[in-house]
Every structure is written in structure tokens, then in C-alpha cells.
Design a protein. Structure first.
Lengths: 129, 129
DNA sequence: ATAGGGCTTCCAGCAACTGGAAGCTCAATA
DNA sequence: TATTGAGCTTCCAGTTGCTGGAAGCCCTAT
């Protein structure tokens, strides 16, 4: 399979697939003409990566997970640790965004949004109590 | 004021303050010895930036907001538009993270986390329905 | 005089791509 | 058969918002 078809089938842009090869996440064969030749295993790996990335795992986490996936003698606890830590990070991020949302939505609600310059958003940002 | 004191008082690292000068967000004066000399207005601007960044505004948004802040003839509607769009972006981000959280927490819950290799997290990532 | 801390600049690197240029290859058409 | 045009290749640069480090000047205190 050429890179274009792999891109179509996985939904991962060709550019990104090349990047993943660059950083050693996939190692497709090469044809005599220099084109990458993807096997089904490469396709599966890329689909795996696509799903892991969609769940927000970092590239390094993806590398780890892919390694565990291909390691017959893995222990599910190893996978669970990675996923649990990521889950906690997501949770922290959500909390942080919700805090921003809360603050900002109050400010926005208080802003008239008219032709006059007075604005509680700017007041708050400028340190006005 | 030297950069160190400004950093202490605003909580913004000196490195970051220099970076903000680089990209034109602040323009401190210079002493004859080459040191940056920050006035109170610079301090206020940096504090403003710190708060805006803490609310998740992008640097470009910060530039806009700072411009509006300093513009006597602004209209609060201009501020409100920037803030409202940012609020919507935060909302989208929260929704995305919550979706990830939901999926991943289900998978984590289903994982035994023991010495055996079987793991629903990897099964899911590998495309197992 | 010297030690230290603070200040300066510049260069590089992080994550995870993405865009673009220059150039080769291949399949299909005129 | 010659030539399009799409698809492939590599490499370099840029994105966002810093952050670290090196080399070197400045200032104060001992």
C-alpha cells in the first residue's frame, strides 16, 4: 500500500504518517522506487495510533502503549498505569478549563457589549477588584 | 525597576518578560548600561497579560485586549466579542476532554490491572469492537 | 581584587505537526 | 511515444509560548 491509501484508510494525513516514521513509530518497507510500502501491520499500528491520539495520549504514551500492545508478555497493570495517569491529566485540564470558564463567563455576562468603553472584562484584567 | 523585581512582583518569569518584549507586548525603556527599566505602566501591562494568559487567552488575543485596554475610544462590544469567542473555544475544549474522559474511564474501569496481558484498553485501541 | 548575583544577547529545543519547494515516478491520454 | 498530472520523495521552515543554556557584561560587597 502506498502512503496515500494508508492516509485515506486511517484518516491520518500522509504528512503525519511520514512524521511518525521519522520518530520511529512505524517502519514501513520501501519499494525499489523509494516509495513507502505499508503492510497490514503498519496499517493496524497507524489506526492504533490514531485512536490513542484521539484519546489525547501523548506521542510518548503512544510509543509506550504500542510497545505494550506488541509485547506478548506485558501485564495489563502496565497499560492501566499509563491510562490512569493520562486520565488524571485530563481531569486536571478539565478542572482548569472549567475554572477559566466560570471566571470568564461571569465577566462576559457583566459586559454590556455596547458602544461605550466601560467593560468589566478589561477592569478585571487590569486588576480592578 | 529591573526585570528581576518585575518578575517577582508579577509572577511572570524574566525569560517570559523578555519574550513579551521580543514580540512587542511591552516596551520597557533602557538604562545607559543596557538594563531594561520598567515603569509602573509596564508593570501594569505585564500584570494584565498575566491575568489574561491565566484565563487562557492566546498571545494574539492578549495583544488585542491590551490594545483595547489602552484605547480610550474602544467599544465594550469589541472586548465582548473576543471574550465570547474564547469562551466558546474553552467550551469546545472542555467537551472534547470530557468525551475523552468518558471513553477512557470506561476502558480503565474494565482493565484488571494485573499480571495478565489481556486488557480492554489495548483491545479498544487496536480496533477491537 | 575578586566573588557572586543579576543583567544582556543569541541560539536551540520542546510537542506534534503542517506547509511549501524542488524534484522523481507512474499511469493514462493524445 | 511524448506529455500531462497526480502521487511520491526529501528537506527546510514555521506554528505556540515559552524555557534552558552559554558567553559575557555590570554592580555591589567583602
Amino acid at each position: 500500500m502506498n502512503i496515500g491509501e494508508v492516509a485515506d484508510r486511517t484518516g491520518i494525513p500522509a504528512k503525519t504518517i511520514r512524521y511518525y516514521e521519522d520518530i520511529g513509530l512505524v517502519r514501513p518497507m520501501r519499494r525499489p522506487n523509494g516509495y513507502r510500502a505499508f503492510r497490514d501491520t503498519d496499517l493496524h499500528k497507524l489506526a492504533f495510533l490514531g485512536r490513542a491520539r484521539a484519546l489525547g495520549f501523548s506521542i510518548e504514551d503512544c510509543r509506550t502503549l504500542l510497545g505494550l500492545y506488541e509485547n506478548e508478555s506485558r501485564e495489563s497493570s502496565q497499560v492501566k498505569i499509563v491510562a490512569t495517569e493520562h486520565l488524571a491529566a485530563i481531569d486536571r485540564k478539565i478542572a482548569q478549563l472549567q475554572s477559566m470558564y466560570k471566571t470568564l463567563s461571569h465577566l462576559v455576562d457583566g459586559c454590556q457589549g455596547d458602544h461605550r468603553p466601560d467593560c468589566p472584562i478589561l477592569s478585571d484584567l487590569s486588576g480592578n477588584p
